[in-house]
Design a protein around this ligand. Structure first.
Ligand code: NAD
Length: 278
């Protein structure tokens, strides 16, 4: 029984060629995706850029197998062109690309919403939402025609406001919309485009949001399945499902991997706590 489920698990993404952006350190959600992808038989390449590239290279050494790190500042079209050429030489096709990239300047976060200058809001939009279009369209010649899959990482933002998240929240709402429009235009080319809306994970990007500690507590107390903000594995495994052929009927979707947090209206109280509150 155990043997059979292992075989199925391996078949999900065995042999898939995946480009994984956004690995910074071992806390990165993309690191969990890279680790799980290798553990389940996929071939991966990572990207990083500029000053943080050496950190990514150091982090990559902690993966089960050695992996190359390509230069990609997602806001530079020439970097995207170079990555496409490198992938064309190396693999000739790409089965999946993970967009795990977000950035907002400090004055676009932390309760400064009303005073944020347009330039900072625009930077958040360009790097965190528009960039999904840039990378998917840039890699399209390698993704199209063979059930390629593009996945981005969302934080549930199209219909609610959060403390401190500010213009990153607006950018994530845009990212959800970008996901749907890409799905519309790329479906006929047999490319799927989906988002995984992750529960709060303590990463470098998360720590950059002032007061982010309360997010961890919020998810732990409200998610009916519980939620561990130090473990991105459940998010990574959902991403791999979206790279697998088992999700071939899914596009334009936002899958919540947050322990059920998004579906609840209030904190989870035990029956005893509920009675005490009556
Ligand atoms: N941490 C969370 O709670 C959480 C929840 C939901 C979604 N997300 C999303 O997951 C994604 C990954 O973030 P993370 O939390 O793992 O943090 P992280 O800090 O580990 O990753 C963010 C990555 O974005 C990269 N990046 C920033 N600007 C870039 C640019 N111009 N070009 C290329 N790469 C660039 C950074 O190098 C870094 O690797 C982000 O989109 C984030 O919004 C995070």
């Amino acid at each position: 029984m155990r043997r059979e489920s292992t075989t199925i698990r391996h078949m999900l993404i065995e042999g898939k060629k995946l480009l994984i952006t956004g690995v910074l350190n071992p806390d990165s959600i993309a690191f969990a995706v890279a680790r799980e992808a290798q553990a389940n038989g996929a071939e991966i390449l990572l990207t990083s850029f500029g000053r943080v590239r050496s950190i990514t290279e150091k982090t990559a050494k902690r993966l089960p197998k050695p992996v190359e790190v390509l230069e990609l500042d997602v806001n530079k079209p020439e970097d995207i062109d170079n990555v496409r050429e490198r992938l064309a030489q190396r693999w000739g096709r790409v089965d999946g690309v993970l967009h795990a990239i977000a950035y907002a300047p400090p004055d676009a976060l932390g309760g400064n919403f009303l005073a944020t200058p347009y330039e900072s809001a625009a930077t958040a939009f360009q790097t965190s939402a528009y960039s999904f279009k840039s990378i998917v369209v840039g890699l399209l010649p390698l993704l199209e025609g063979h059930d390629g899959s593009a996945v981005t990482l969302d934080f549930d933002n199209s219909h609610v406001a959060w403390p401190a998240y500010d213009w990153m929240g607006v950018a994530k709402a845009a990212l959800e919309s970008v996901t749907r429009y890409l799905a519309r235009d790329l479906g006929p080319k047999r490319v799927r485009v989906n988002a995984v809306s992750a529960g709060f994970v303590r990463t470098m990007a998360a720590k950059g949001i002032p007061g982010s500690k309360i997010f961890g507590e919020l998810f732990s107390t409200r998610a009916p399945l519980g939620w561990d903000p130090t473990d991105a594995t459940p998010v990574a495994q959902a991403v791999l499902f979206l790279f697998s052929d088992w999700s071939r009927g899914i596009t334009g979707e936002i899958i919540h991997v947050d322990g059920g947090f998004h579906a609840m209206g209030a904190q989870m109280y035990s029956p005893a706590e509920q009675q005490a509150g009556e």
